[in-house]
Design a protein around this ligand. Sequence first.
Ligand SMILES: C[S@@+](CC[C@H](N)C(=O)[O-])C[C@H]1O[C@@H](n2cnc3c(N)ncnc32)[C@H](O)[C@@H]1O
Length: 219
Amino acid sequence: MSEQTRVRADDPFGGRQPTIHEQRAGQPWDASYLDGPAPWDVGQPQPAVARLASEGAFSGTVLDAGCGTGDNALHIAALSVPVLGVDVAETALSIAGKRAAERGLDAEFVLADALGLDGLGQTFLTVLDCALFHVFRGRGAARVRGELGGRNRAWRALHLLCFGDAGTHIGPHPVAQRDLRGAFKPSSGWSTASIDPDRLLSRFAPQGMPAWRARIERV
Ligand SMILES: C[S@@+](CC[C@H](N)C(=O)[O-])C[C@H]1O[C@@H](n2cnc3c(N)ncnc32)[C@H](O)[C@@H]1O
């Protein structure tokens, strides 16, 4: 990994522009993992991801962007699909790496900013974004979209799960369906193959909160 994608340790935000979550919390993502499980760390893969996996949605090498403690990545790897998880939270990565080793799974977890993936030097056939996109707004959202799907990347499908704005008990940082569709415009080389309502579980909402599950492809 090049220095470009490494998160700098001498700055609490690693030289990054803090995400909405970090601005509200006043601390970097890693702090959420220090005192027990973070609210989104539900100790199992998100059911929406497990369903996608059972439908064969993940193939080739998979990039899990903002992988957290790796429950989704490890579930995919257990199906013999190699996964690289990247995150800016070292504590989460350490937990994920230990779990992969204990279970002997083909999953690697590295410290990298999803807004600067060029240095990874790998191509991916499938990308998973589970609850990462919705923590960015404006230029950040445009950058994460550009990084995950830059024209130099070979992936065929991006599976994106974010909190949605439709229904009751709306989660933090909800995204409107039209904004999600607008972020991946055909005129920019994207095709939103589908956007469907789904749920994202959290420790405070074990029954889940409204989410959008999008499949994005290249035009
Ligand atoms: C809401 S959590 C979701 C974690 C995991 N995908 C899951 O479903 O449990 C968002 C994750 O994105 C990570 N993250 C935030 N900004 C990031 C960035 N710029 N690059 C890589 N990871 C990032 C956070 O550290 C956190 O682990």
